[in-house]
Design a protein around this ligand. Structure first.
Ligand code: 13P
Ligand code: SF4
Length: 320
């Protein structure tokens, strides 16, 4: 289980000084800053490495800095600690969770798994260490299809916690998967009606979607992939306009890589900014600075749980 230490009281630091302070602390602590594509752009710009969940876990596993500052959500920082336990792993806001991870509580998943004891358990990396410890293999959106294709066809599989990714994988692999019914609050917010209207207004635009989106959105996509998959698609494409059906934080890297292209966030139901991940956005530049200054909040794990959660992650890395 992760624990937190109360942030020390601090004098406010002017925004322009925060970046300089973070850079100074990075060198003082011998720290590396890893950031997910859904973080605010100013955090992405300070990071040593930006990536999707698979790339971030691979990068965390081989980090030789004393401190890993994880600008992402809790399960990502926890995975870094599982893979590289001798490093101190800091998360700017310990409350930065994930609705998918929350939708799969261990006390409910345990009897589900026991009910289908002959099934192999493949869980998406967006889950807690307790759920990882109950899994045979972990996967991310960039390697799930590859991993499932390596499992003998007669072997039944439980897939969790994301039912949208699970349904997408059933189509891609032709396999029947027993699905846990979890969803991501961000990716289920996109409106098909509004997307169709947007496509009508931008007939040249390609629709790119993350596989956590619902089928009604995925069926309108020209390309479906992980955050890195979407970024690579826009870099390689000769098209100039794209509608992006995932958390819009990724658009920062798309605009940096392809300043001449146009990126339009896919619209949500209602008039809210519900396509922004409220968990990812809990991390701010100020909290990044404070967590480095205070060396807290820190991810701390029970060693027995860490070892049980490590095994299926290692299997993922071997099969990726
Ligand atoms: P990626 O692995 O594609 O970056 O996905 C992470 C995530 O949380 C998507 O919601
Ligand atoms: Fe979790 Fe969804 Fe946020 Fe990704 S976008 S971290 S799946 S809540």
């Amino acid at each position: 289980m992760a624990t937190t230490t109360l942030l020390e009281r601090h004098e406010p630091v002017a925004p322009r000084d925060l970046e300089a302070e973070i850079r100074r602390l990075k060198s003082d602590l011998n720290a590396v800053i890893l950031a997910h594509f859904y973080q605010d752009s100013e955090i992405q710009d300070l990071a040593d490495f930006i990536g999707d969940s698979l790339q971030l876990s691979q990068r965390a596993a081989r980090a030789d800095a004393d401190v890993i500052v994880f600008a992402g959500v809790h399960f990502m920082a926890e995975t870094a600690k599982i893979l590289n336990p001798t490093r101190q792993v800091l998360l700017p806001d310990l409350k930065a969770g994930c609705s998918l991870a929350d939708s799969c509580p261990p006390h409910l998943f345990k009897p589900f798994r026991e009910q289908y004891a002959d099934h192999l358990v493949i869980n998406y990396i967006n889950c807690s260490a307790e759920i990882k410890a109950m899994s045979d293999i972990i996967c991310t959106s960039s390697n799930a299809e590859k991993i499932i294709n390596q499992i003998p066809p007669e072997q039944p599989i439980i897939f969790g916690p994301d039912r949208n990714l699970g349904n997408y994988l059933m189509k891609k692999t032709g396999r029947s998967l027993r699905l846990w019914q979890g969803t991501c609050i961000v990716h289920e917010t996109f409106s098909e009606q509004k997307l169709l209207r947007l496509k009508f207004r931008h007939p040249q635009a390609k629709v790119l979607a993350h596989p956590e989106c619902e089928e009604r959105v995925l069926r309108n996509a020209d390309y479906i992939g992980s955050t890195t998959g979407l970024l690579n698609y826009v870099k390689q494409s000769s098209d100039r306009e794209f509608i992006i059906a995932t958390e819009p934080g990724i658009i920062h890297q798309m605009e940096k890589a392809c300043p001449e292209k146009v990126f339009i966030p896919a619209p949500s139901e209602g008039s809210c900014a519900c396509n922004q991940c409220p968990h990812m956005r809990l991390n701010t530049l100020e909290k990044l600075y404070l967590c480095m200054k205070n060396r807290a909040p820190e991810i701390v794990m029970d060693e027995d749980l860490r070892l049980r959660a490590l095994r299926p992650i290692q299997r993922m890395l071997e099969m990726s």
